[in-house]
Design a protein around this ligand. Structure first.
Ligand code: NAD
Length: 351
């Protein structure tokens, strides 16, 4: 029986959460999800199980919502740079202030463990050497800043009764019921499968740490179950050194996975040449028994098989449901959410 048994997972209705919440249920946890449901209908494959849900915005959380939990895993966020660039205030409020509000409520409710889904993106992207957790943070976007600010605030809240841990993920790939095609490997695979081509618009040299969504769920479980002294007020780059890949290397893996696929590296002026390589020694040292099960090649093969069995079309691949920015724009344009990203019709929320 797990120690921290009753857990609240925010953002359980998103890409990672739709894999992580069932994973924790399977592991014997009593899981409740909390989500405002922006992407609830954006499913590529069916949900594997139904998760008891609190339908609420993290900006409205109070300590009463958090009564009776042993731990909070906080995934809910606006989850990339393009959304942050569309309106910086949304990302500041939801990712930054929303996280602080949730953590304060958790602390007030006497919850001892708080795991924050952070990002390696906060190191900024440069030609600098490999970045470990002691590297100075250089967030260059509102999204990255929101993660850095939230981590700093969580750290301030840490005390004998409240242990926040920040898991700094690389870019995540792999199959999820609420698929995203706006992350690198998922995008390359979707394009390769539906067009027979992988086209890389930079020179392909930039580095990205990638990690499979199921390994992220397992890593969070390991952090949750670790003795307090190992994780109290700590940040971990969550991944493994061999999971740092150059984009052209990912392109090659994809081209080799999809039969008949061609790879073209077409550097364009102004192409995204941002690069970063993460050092994962601290994670390895702290959790020596944890093994990342998935390689990028295994993940590409998983996606190929899933696309083949569902008959993924190019129309589906490019559908707004699978690109977070496009779906939010759709919700805004159709008046379903207002310019504060609040639902205008309560019935549209997740049941
Ligand atoms: N996917 C990645 O590659 C990646 C990498 C590093 C970090 N992360 C972080 O992991 C977390 C989950 O990422 P994801 O890829 O599953 O994103 P996602 O966009 O698929 O899911 C985010 C979920 O949060 C919910 N949410 C957003 N704003 C909310 C609010 N105000 N109140 C309640 N719920 C709200 C959304 O409805 C959605 O279900 C995020 O914090 C993200 O920043 C993701």
């Amino acid at each position: 029986m797990p120690d921290n048994k009753r857990i609240l997972i925010t953002g359980h209705n998103g890409y990672i959460g739709s894999v992580m919440a069932p994973w924790f249920m399977d592991q014997g946890y009593d899981v409740v999800g909390l989500d405002t449901g922006y992407f609830a209908p954006c499913t590529l494959v069916p949900d594997v199980m139904r998760i008891p849900t609190i339908n609420k915005d993290v900006r409205d959380i109070t300590a009463r919502d958090l009564d009776g939990y042993d731990a909070v895993i906080h995934l809910a966020a606006l989850s990339n740079d393009p959304i942050g660039n569309l309106n910086e205030g949304w990302t500041r409020e939801i990712n930054g202030q929303g996280t602080i509000r949730l953590a304060a409520a958790a602390k007030q409710a006497g919850i001892g463990r708080f795991i924050f889904s952070s990002s390696c993106i906060m190191y900024g992207m440069s030609d600098a050497a490999v970045v470990d957790e002691t590297a100075p943070l250089a967030p260059r976007t509102e999204y990255a800043r929101s993660k850095a600010d939230a981590e700093a605030a969580l750290s301030q809240m840490a005390d004998d009764g409240f242990s926040p841990t920040s898991c700094r993920n690389g870019t995540i790939y792999g199959l999820s019921p609420r698929m995203r095609f706006d992350t690198v490997l998922n995008n390359l695979m979707g394009n390769a499968f539906t067009t027979g081509q992988v086209v890389i618009h930079s020179d392909g040299t930039p580095w990205r740490p990638v990690v499979h969504v199921q390994d992220v769920a397992r890593a969070f479980q390991t952090v949750l179950e670790a003795p307090r002294e190992l994780i109290h007020n700590q940040a971990f780059n969550t991944g493994a050194d061999e999971l740092n890949h150059q984009i052209r290397d990912l392109g090659q893996i994809v081209a080799e996975t999809v039969p008949g696929c061609t790879l073209a590296i077409v550097p364009q002026p102004g192409a995204d040449q941002r690069t970063y390589k993460a050092d994962f020694a601290k994670f390895r040292r702290t959790f020596p028994d944890f093994a990342f099960w998935w390689t990028a090649r295994d993940g590409a093969e998983e996606l190929r098989a899933a696309f083949a069995s569902s008959g993924l079309t190019h129309e589906q691949f490019t559908d707004k449901r699978f690109t977070r920015l496009n779906w939010l724009r759709h919700l805004l344009d159709s008046g379903l959410i207002d310019d504060a990203l609040r639902w205008t019709t309560p019935a549209m929320r997740v049941a």
